[in-house]
Design a protein around this ligand. Structure first.
Ligand SMILES: C[S@@+](CC[C@H](N)C(=O)[O-])C[C@H]1O[C@@H](n2cnc3c(N)ncnc32)[C@H](O)[C@@H]1O
Length: 383
């Protein structure tokens, strides 16, 4: 496949893909904007309405890379995991850690010619190379100029950079690898996971009229990838709020472009990488350590993207409970639900707060909560 062929976005019939996620709900427009999940019929309490077997991509944070299984996300309170895939690069040994040989084998079985594992090990290698060299001063766009214009200009410069890169001899290209910080490292591993899925599944066809629970393995992942490609991206909103991220995203793009294996190159272009980053922001599910006592602090181990679950909106009075068991997410009804009700989860942990605090906290995620509870609470405030 050439670069130009892969630039053509996945052809997705949105309606078909969206309405075959689960036999319990369809995806349609909400009253407050955007899409949401609405039940076809009455559903009793304690019904599992969606089970997502594994994410299409994920990333484990640097502090927990030796402690959180890179396949099932098992974490044993800081115990260093024994199973690993390692490779020596000069004086550095880079590794991917697993909680068991079984998880390691499952990870390997889903790879293709070691492309995913080699990609992750290469990210680690280049990340280690950049340690200590990183300039902590964050570059900011000038405040007196129009940000939208700067964004266009800077990404145009990236395209010019890429033309020069393509004309360079391979040995010279490594000088173009930017230094990355910890959050860029986290993001890069996730973006490369998505690129790998695009590569692996590019020629696979799916049966669109089957629910996800009726399909398996690669076909299931391809459907998840199709759902991923039609998720909202919040890249622009995020850069508007934190303009320094423009340069961070450019750094991520350049790092991926220079270091990725030839097999992944046809799937890399600025817009697709920007969209991939932008889709993570408001759609990823955090992977947190389990705590026995709600007052204990949870550890942020990383995040996973489960596109079929990303169409659930937030409600301050949710009717679904989300549960993670290893790398599987299940969504279960919290109470009896009527036909045509919207199915919602809780995005944060602010349900006990008042409406003003809840809205402030949720605005961090780039939306004003339009749930029924907020509307009722806001009306009461106006009286
Ligand atoms: C995980 S997505 C949910 C699916 C999304 N509505 C769509 O059309 O793709 C999260 C985004 O949905 C919107 N959203 C979720 N819950 C909402 C709510 N209670 N009120 C308003 N917008 C909400 C926000 O734009 C948020 O960033």
């Amino acid at each position: 496949m050439t670069v130009d062929e892969a630039y053509i976005p996945l052809q997705v019939d949105e309606d078909i893909v969206l309405n075959n996620i689960s036999p319990y709900f369809k995806v349609s427009k909400t009253k407050y904007g955007g899409r949401g999940c609405f039940t076809y019929h009455d559903i009793p309490k304690d019904t599992v309405i969606l089970r997502c077997q594994r994410p299409i991509s994920h990333s484990v944070t640097k502090p927990f890379k030796k402690e959180c299984c890179n396949y099932c996300f098992n974490y044993f309170n800081g115990k260093i995991l024994k199973s690993k895939i390692s490779k020596k690069y000069g004086k550095d040994t880079c590794s991917i850690f697993f909680c068991s040989e079984e998880c390691k084998e499952s990870f390997i079985s889903q790879d293709v010619n070691d492309i995913y594992q080699t990609s992750l090990l290469l990210i680690e290698k280049h990340y280690l190379n950049s340690l200590g060299k990183f300039d902590l001063e964050l570059k900011e766009p000038p405040k007196n100029q129009d940000l939208d214009q700067i964004i266009v200009q800077e990404w145009n410069h990236v395209e010019e950079w890429e033309d020069k890169l393509n004309a360079m001899k391979p040995a010279k290209r490594s000088n173009q690898i930017p230094q990355i910080n910890d959050s860029e490292y986290l993001e890069i591993k996730y973006v490369v996971g998505v690129l790998f899925q695009r590569f692996k599944l590019s020629t696979l066809t799916t049966t669109p009229n089957k629910y996800l629970e009726d399909i398996q393995s690669d076909e299931l992942m391809k459907r998840e990838l199709e759902l991923f490609e039609i998720l909202q991206s919040s890249e622009t909103e995020k850069v508007e709020k934190f303009p320094y991220l423009l340069y961070s995203y450019i750094n991520i793009y350049k790092f991926i472009k220079v270091t990725s294996l030839p097999e992944l190159q046809p799937f890399i272009n600025p817009q697709r990488v920007r969209d991939t980053i932008g889709r993570n922001l408001t759609n990823a599910f955090g992977i947190w350590s389990e705590v026995l006592n709600p007052t204990e602090d949870k550890e942020f181990l990383g995040f996973g993207v489960y596109p079929s679950a990303s169409y659930f909106n937030h409600s301050c009075s949710p009717n679904l409970i989300k549960k993670r068991i290893n790398n599987t997410l299940t969504f279960t009804t919290k109470r009896d639900i009527q036909a045509n009700e919207e199915l919602c989860i809780d995005y944060g942990s602010y349900l006990d707060e008042n409406v003003i605090v809840r809205r402030k906290e949720l605005s961090e995620w780039f939306f004003e909560c339009g749930c029924e509870k907020c509307n009722i609470d806001l009306e009461k405030l106006c009286i």
